[in-house]
Design a protein around this ligand. Structure first.
Ligand SMILES: Nc1ncnc2c1ncn2[C@@H]1O[C@H](COP(=O)(O)OP(=O)(O)O)[C@@H](O)[C@H]1O
Ligand SMILES: [Mg+2]
Length: 273
């Protein structure tokens, strides 16, 4: 029986044609044009099946954000190919993207920021109130729609940014160190909510961090990149339970500690190599 994560009618076994799947074939990206060019990332070969939560970890400057921008379609690779659901990614259409800083419109209300995303996603205007309320509930912000962006906390702003990325209902979510600037308690709460949300909906996620702890908690798979130009140094499945789990117990279990140590060790070794 086909999984609910597959697009009905997609050819069997054609992984890259499935909802949310990502495929990078020998991707290299260079910055600069004439004369002096700088290789930021690659070569990278990576296939992310639909429904996977992939976390990319690596030292600062190894090319994590570049890889994410290539998957989002904001940039085209210098060499190789990037495919999302079997097609070339289209900026603003292929994926919901969350950045380190929330990038909200400060003069709009929380609800007004969500409405912009709904308009962009071409959701019928009559459905906005219902969709807005539903999206805010999904990120734990019920009843905040009328508040101004400057009236809410940093953690709440990042929740609005996540709700906005969820608005388009596209099957791929790309997140670039979205919780890095938050305090530890808020960060853990947001990690738990994001993990539950993506597991519930079966969305594919590619999440960038430099925290081994965050990587193992969130990811169903963790890829550690070498230092610049980043290539795959470690590709590690994370066989921890998903769905409705007790986050505290998960973080405290032995397997979690072992996996975190492996990732942490690989990140340090890659940075020193
Ligand atoms: N637009 C750009 N032009 C030139 N160099 C860039 C640009 N964006 C990033 N870089 C360089 O590419 C390398 C990788 O950057 P980035 O992908 O942002 O790494 P990370 O997200 O892992 O910190 C860095 O050395 C960075 O300075
Ligand atoms: Mg970055």
């Amino acid at each position: 029986m086909p999984s609910s994560r597959e697009i009905p009618g997609a050819p069997a076994g054609a992984d890259t044609a499935r909802a949310g799947s990502v495929r990078l074939d020998h991707v290299t990206h260079r910055y600069g044009r004439s004369g002096e060019t700088f290789t930021a990332v690659g070569p990278v070969d990576l296939t992310v099946p639909a429904g996977e939560f992939l976390v990319l970890v690596g030292a600062s400057g190894c090319g994590k954000s570049t890889l994410l921008r290539l998957i989002a379609g904001f940039e085209r690779p210098t060499h190789g190919s990037v495919r999302v659901c079997g097609a070339e990614p289209r900026p603003g259409v292929t994926a919901g993207v969350v950045f380190q800083t929330p990038r909200l419109f400060p003069w709009r209300t929380v609800g007004g920021n969500i409405d912009l995303a709904l308009r962009y996603a071409r959701v019928e205007r009559a459905r906005w109130p219902e969709r807005r309320a539903e999206l805010l509930a999904r990120v734990g912000l019920e009843g905040t729609g009328k508040r101004r962006v400057w009236e809410i906390s940093g953690g709440q702003r990042q929740r609005v940014a996540i709700a906005r990325a969820l608005a388009a209902e596209n099957p791929l979510l790309l997140l670039d160190e979205p919780f890095a600037a938050l305090d530890a308690l808020t960060r853990e709460r947001l990690q738990e909510d994001l993990r539950r949300e993506t597991d519930r909906t079966g969305r594919t996620a590619v999440f960038v961090t430099h925290s081994a702890d965050e990587a193992v908690f969130l990811g169903s798979r963790v890829v550690v990149l070498t230092r610049s130009p980043g290539t795959v140094a470690l590709d590690l499945p994370v066989p921890l339970p998903r769905g409705d789990v007790d986050a505290e117990r998960l973080r405290a279990c032995e397997e979690f500690a072992e996996l975190r140590a492996r990732v942490s060790h690989a990140v340090k070794a890659a940075a020193a190599a």
